[in-house]
Design a protein around this ligand. Structure first.
Ligand code: 13P
Length: 340
């Protein structure tokens, strides 16, 4: 293990004015996204879409890393440049999603467990050759009356820890992503209770598997009410509950927390992140973003699969990246939505 290499990657990813773009939608998810703009999910269209995103002029001003799906890491843009190199040229660190999605957890209806540990070390070695310097593994925890079960939390935490240990052996920074879903009508308090339990299980497992906390990043959900719950909490209430939860569960040795957006609207994801960064208490970790939908949705809508719309789509992505960079510094205001 080379601490210097891991530390260099973390320093670049956690740059004080930047965050991460999650563009690692699996085949099924990208099909859904492209279908929403009536574009067929062919390999060529997927490549064109990602080329549009990653060649956005100036993207590296606000984005420190991009998470890719395996297919994308192996693709080249039209001028023949490999995707990882397209990103490196922008000063952006290429990363890779390495889990293989979820499967039902036997005997625990509605709970799932993330797969992909078999052969992971070999796959990581190949991804590294292709330019990936960090990785992501997502565990999914759904809130329901009786879920997530303790077994679901323990098994997902164990898989996250084993993944993180393998990454660190290969000098790839692991992003550990336990996502408590926003789906449903549960309260913010219920999300807080579940997120706290999940993070306890995750950090216990990381300790058991000797994962070096200084050399990983956390990608959690914010503590937020379910999407169907009314009323929704204000950004200040979300920040207060989220910070309280992390202070109880996330050791100070973890250098950075990069939120997922999880179905929040673009503006809500920016306002909520900003509220965390103006919080009066100083936190031991940086609080940044690793957004998928909250960065991409306006660009996807503007693009519509047409080369004629590339510049407009790139402007839309640039704007969201810029606004989230402001939020990462606690400087986002709703007025910026119009001014920028
Ligand atoms: P969203 O920000 O759209 O939730 O995606 C982030 C991500 O990488 C989920 O795994």
């Amino acid at each position: 293990m080379s601490s210097a290499e891991l530390e260099k990657t973390i320093t670049e990813l956690a740059a004080p004015t930047k965050g991460i773009l999650a563009a690692d939608e699996s085949s099924g998810t990208i099909e859904k996204r492209l279908k929403s703009i009536n574009v067929a999910s062919t390999e060529e269209n997927r490549c064109n879409y990602r080329e549009m995103l990653f060649t956005t002029p100036g993207l590296g001003e606000f984005i420190s890393g991009v998470i890719l799906y395996e297919e994308t890491l192996k693709q080249k843009i039209k001028d023949g440049t490999p995707m990882a190199q397209v990103l490196s040229r922008q000063g952006i660190v290429p990363g890779i999603k390495v889990d293989k999605g979820t499967a039902p957890l036997a005997n625990f209806p509605d709970d799932s467990v993330t797969q992909g540990l078999d052969g992971l070390a070999n796959r990581l070695a190949e991804y590294k050759q292709l330019g990936a310097r960090f990785a992501k593994w997502r565990a999914v925890l759904r809130i329901g009356e009786k879920i997530p079960s303790q077994s679901c939390m323990v098994e997902n935490a164990r898989a996250l820890a084993r993944y993180a240990a393998i990454c660190q052996e290969l000098d790839i920074v692991p992003i550990v992503e336990p996502e408590v879903l926003m789906d449903g009508n549960h309260s913010l308090e219920r999300c807080a209770a579940v997120t706290e339990q999940v993070l306890h299980a995750v950090f216990h497992a990381l300790h058991q598997h000797r994962v070096k906390l200084e050399h990983m990043l956390l990608k959690p959900n914010m503590v937020i009410a379910g999407m169907d719950h009314r009323p929704q909490a204000s950004p200040e209430q979300v920040a207060k509950a989220t910070i309280a939860c992390f202070r109880r569960t996330v050791p100070a040795a973890v250098p950075g927390i990069f939120f997922l957006s999880g179905g929040q609207s673009d503006a809500m994801a920016s306002a909520n992140l900003s509220a965390h960064n103006v919080w009066p208490e100083r936190q031991p970790w940086c609080l940044s973003f690793s957004y998928g939908r909250a960065l991409q949705t306006p660009a996807l809508k503007a693009w519509q699969g047409s080369a004629a719309n590339v510049a407009a789509a790139q402007q839309a992505l640039y704007k969201r990246a810029r606004l989230n960079s402001a939020a990462r510094q606690g400087k986002y205001t709703a007025a910026m939505e119009i001014a920028f």
